[in-house]
Design a protein around this ligand. Structure first.
Ligand code: GDP
Length: 481
């Protein structure tokens, strides 16, 4: 275990509820000891809201009378009988694509569930049931297998019950709120979502959706900046997150605890390769399957890390090396490289073995795995990806690849604002500058709306509220700052 780390508040300033059996989820109790920095403190309002939400999940979740009743309503296809909002409302979250996408989608769904007092249930496919511990004490967040909408995982932009299609076909009305409500609505917020689907981020649409008992949402994105655009949520968001740039930092640490198997991978690797170093530098090198090894990308990595003072420069041949005589231990840096390929790690490692550094520091370079290409639905692949994201989040400084949700999750969990390596316009030229300091640790929303609901026309949504701006790595994207 990380013996040198100061004892931390294990419950992260009240973010986590006390009293959960330690054996069921080691990471929940141990992760604070692996972090050198305590991270940001959650607001007392967020802490109390999370406890209330946990109570809601227990009161209405699977196995309760309320859940059976709501399931019956859905099976019958009828809307709930009472006027106004039903007592227990649900949000089923379908996430897919890579692990980073799935984590960001689930965190977004959770925030929407909190803002709208809905029980969050996650689709257990795509390893969502295996990679994480249960986040809510005393209940499950996994959607039970007897869910009445049997084909929900095939819901798409064409689904007749999508919120956009129902508005278009006048099944629901954003004007006539007295109109009867369907038993459920599907919210399509995928990368291919249309302008109509994105009316979800408008207050009128939220007003209609509010009283529908079941919502099924599919997204592969971090839609949180979109939620900041909904006027009705703004006051609550301000109270929950007085520091708006901490949304994913808090929600990610609250929700995503590596399961015991994954935690074993994280802690064994950490203790063997990272724990002893004076400083740990994370470098995330996102490469895509068929891309050849790129000397330009290698140069981009080293120039970025050296220019920003994250890695020491190398001594030129013949220059006298700084010496350290025993028993003094050299200052050391452990570099954690994550990538699907081994080539970049191999080059960096040789560089720091074959040359002395100008500072005299010892630089060790490590990479847990190189899976070569992205697999879908392979358990051990996802397990390694999750362990590596988590290990990256334990480093002291972070360099990430622009546009990658894998990196976004690591930076958010760690609480680090990363140096982002820009994607070159032309693969054969090293971008200048090679990287830039991000504006916040929040993930970027890659599929935002481009519509101002108040004036009902297209607009630059990076200019509507001060907390939401454009990202530096994906120009059209939005992020909370
Ligand atoms: P994004 O595509 O970069 O936004 O990140 P995602 O996490 O959503 O999808 C990429 C997927 O490819 C990951 O979930 C992993 O399955 C795999 N992958 C990409 N980079 C790495 C890496 O450095 N290590 C491992 N183990 N897997 C990776």
């Amino acid at each position: 275990m990380a013996g040198s780390a100061p004892a931390r508040d294990r419950l992260l300033g009240g973010l986590l509820a006390d009293g959960v059996d330690e054996r069921s989820c080691h990471s929940r109790h141990q992760s604070a000891m692996y972090r050198r920095r305590a991270g940001r403190q959650p607001s007392p309002y967020l802490v109390s809201k999370l406890r209330q939400h946990e109570a809601l999940q227990r009161r209405c979740g699977p196995g309760t009378a309320a859940y059976s009743h709501a399931q019956e309503q859905l099976r019958s296809g009828k809307s709930h009988a009472s006027v106004g909002s039903p007592e227990c409302k649900y949000l089923v979250s379908i996430s897919y694509r890579g692990l980073g996408n799935r984590i960001l989608a689930t965190a977004s769904a959770f925030l929407y569930a909190v803002l709208t007092d809905r029980v969050l249930l996650v689709d257990p496919s795509n390893e969502m049931g295996e990679l994480f511990c249960e986040p809510f004490p005393g209940t499950t967040w996994l959607l039970p297998p007897d869910f009445p909408l049997t084909s929900y995982t095939n819901f798409s932009i064409q689904t007749a019950e999508s919120h956009a299609n129902m508005v278009k076909n006048k099944v629901i009305s954003t004007v006539d709120v007295a109109q009867g409500l369907p038993a459920f609505a599907y919210i399509h917020l995928d990368h291919d979502a249309t302008g109509e689907d994105k009316q979800f981020y408008c207050d009128e649409d939220q007003r209609v959706l509010r009283d529908i008992q079941w919502l099924v949402m599919r997204t592969d994105s971090y839609i949180v900046p979109g939620l900041f655009l909904v006027m009705a949520f703004q006051e609550e968001l301000d109270m929950l997150f007085p520091e708006p740039d901490t949304v994913f930092h808090h929600l990610g640490r609250y929700l995503f605890h590596p399961s015991n198997h994954v935690w074993g991978l994280v802690t064994r690797y950490h203790d063997a390769y990272l724990a002893a170093a004076h400083q740990r530098v994370g470098i995330q090198v996102r490469v895509f399957g068929s891309a050849p090894n790129s000397p330009e990308l290698l140069e981009q990595i080293t120039t970025c890390a050296q220019k920003e003072g994250l890695l020491p420069e190398l001594l030129t041949a013949g220059a006298p090396a700084a010496t350290t005589s025993p028993p003094f231990r050299r200052r050391s840096k452990a570099v954690l490289v994550t990538s699907l390929k081994a080539w970049y790690y191999d080059k960096l490692k040789s560089m720091y073995w074959e040359h002395a550094t100008v500072t005299g520091e010892a630089v060790g370079v490590h990479q847990p795995s190189h899976e070569e290409y992205q697999h879908f639905g392979a358990r051990s692949h996802d397990t390694k990806a999750w362990a590596e994201i988590y290990l990256l989040s334990l480093t002291d400084v972070l360099v990430t690849s622009g546009g990658s949700t894998f990196g976004y999750v690591a930076q958010g969990l760690s609480g680090l604002t990363p140096w982002v390596m820009f994607k070159p316009d032309n693969g054969s030229v090293v971008p200048n500058p090679p990287c830039g300091r991000d504006v916040s640790m929040e993930p970027c929303f890659h599929a935002p709306p481009f519509y101002d609901c108040r004036i009902k026309q297209g607009a630059d949504t990076g200019k509507i509220v001060p907390q939401v701006q454009h990202c530096i790595d994906v120009a059209w994207g939005l992020k909370v700052v």
